[in-house]
Design a protein around this ligand. Structure first.
Ligand code: GTP
Length: 387
């Protein structure tokens, strides 16, 4: 199944929430009106609109090597061309022309954009976990130059998807690959966020792309976590280094680094504990892992991936803040976007932190991880093509 179709199907809870909410907003006070002569709303403002302020990630003090332009292995199945956000809903030119013609005979429910409607839109976006600041910014940009204009839910969806894609564009970056061998990827996140699963999925993708991968089961305090990682390692066909329960994770990381160097591995992924209950201990543990692997390669770790669970909604924002304090987070992976109505949190994350989003997880299977594509995401989140 092409990934966009999968994403669209899996994000149904988030998209149907927005979809139904938008329909209800337009129904509330809307009336059947002949469509605009141009159903693809032209931007009323010829000037480029102000780009929402996205905090630039702080310059990286560590001497990381320059990223080579090799992206994360892509979805093995070719994706269809991205939908034309803002320029159409994926329909071809002829279809759009016919629709324009036919539209004259088919009035659509439209509602004039006013303060009340904007407020309702803000509430809807906040309820989809976009966060207050982001929701306000998105609606303000959507409304700019369009006050009083009669809009259908389809047109509002298109405007919304445009805004979302614009916010997400700068953060959509595949996991950078460096010429350094082994490239060390430290994987952090709270327990249950999906670290193990994500490591397994990434290992499988890199392996299929011809990379030699080693995994270190650094959460040595939980036997179940180690076993789980071994299951994923077997699935991916990648060795998983373990240590006895309760042993020092830093010592395991050192051994794993030695083994990865000896084996000429391209990638070493180190799982870590996620016990945020004892933040000081976890911070010390992560710092010690970094110290020992730097004895073998002073530029390591080359990436620190923070894995976040989309179902935790706004909580994901405070997790980013916490992990930025205790580790040098270089990028995010958002898991469990399937089956949650809180997919909007990804927009809030992008807007607030500007950290690269490397991949998204949309299921429990080995191929349910994909590079983050802002336009596909915006279309799937708003249910755009379903209109
Ligand atoms: N639906 C869905 N479930 C996922 C996804 N990613 C992970 N999971 C599930 O989330 C649960 C926790 O995932 P783990 O990978 O074990 O999480 P972890 O962060 O390693 O957790 P600990 O081992 O407790 O530290 C498992 O049941 C996974 O199958 C996803 O993208 N979608």
């Amino acid at each position: 199944m092409a990934f966009f179709t999968k994403l669209k199907d899996r994000l149904f809870k988030s998209s149907s929430k927005l979809d139904q909410g938008l329909e209800a907003i337009v129904e509330d006070g809307g009336e059947a009106t002949l469509p605009d002569p141009d159903p693809v709303i032209p931007d009323p403002d010829p000037e480029p609109r102000p780009v929402p302020e996205i905090p630039t990630p702080a310059p990286d003090p560590s001497p990381r090597p320059e990223p080579a332009p090799a992206p994360m292995p892509a979805d093995p199945e070719p994706s269809p061309p991205p939908p034309e956000i803002g320029g159409g809903d994926g329909a071809g030119l002829l279809t759009r022309l016919f629709r324009r013609e036919g539209a004259a005979a088919a009035p659509e429910l439209r509602r004039a954009l006013d303060d009340d409607m904007l407020e309702q839109l803000e509430e809807l976006l906040i309820s989809a976990d976009m966060g207050v600041d982001t929701a306000l910014r998105v609606t303000a940009n959507m409304a700019e130059g369009r006050f009083g204009r009669k809009l259908s839910s389809r047109e509002i969806k298109k405007l919304l998807a445009d805004e979302i894609a614009r916010i997400m564009e700068p953060v959509a970056r595949p996991l950078p690959l460096y010429p350094r061998r082994p490239q060390v990827v430290l994987v952090v996140g709270v327990n249950g966020s999906g670290k193990t699963t994500t490591i397994g999925k990434l290992a499988s993708q890199f392996k299929s792309a011809g990379k030699k991968v080693v995994i270190a089961a650094g959460d040595t305090f939980r036997a179940a976590a180690v076993e789980q990682l071994q299951v994923w390692g077997d699935r991916a066909g990648v060795p998983v280094l373990t240590a006895p329960e309760g042993s020092d994770p830093a010592s395991l990381a050192y051994d794993a680094m030695t083994r990865a160097q000896e084996d000429g591995a391209d990638l070493l992924m180190i799982d870590t504990a996620g016990r945020l209950q004892n933040r000081a201990d976890l911070m010390e543990e992560l710092a010690k892992i970094v110290r020992v692997i730097r004895k073998k390669d002073e530029t390591a770790p080359h990436n620190t991936l923070l894995v976040l669970d989309a179902t935790t909604g706004q909580n994901a924002l405070s997790q980013v803040e916490t992990f930025q304090r205790i580790s040098d987070v270089s990028g995010l992976v958002m898991t469990k976007l399937d089956g949650t109505a809180r997919g909007g949190v990804l927009v809030a994350l992008a807007d607030r932190f500007g950290l690269p989003i490397h991949a998204i997880g949309v299921g429990e299977q080995i191929d349910d991880l994909a590079p983050f594509d802002p336009e596909e995401f915006a279309a799937a989140l708003t249910g755009l093509d379903a209109a």
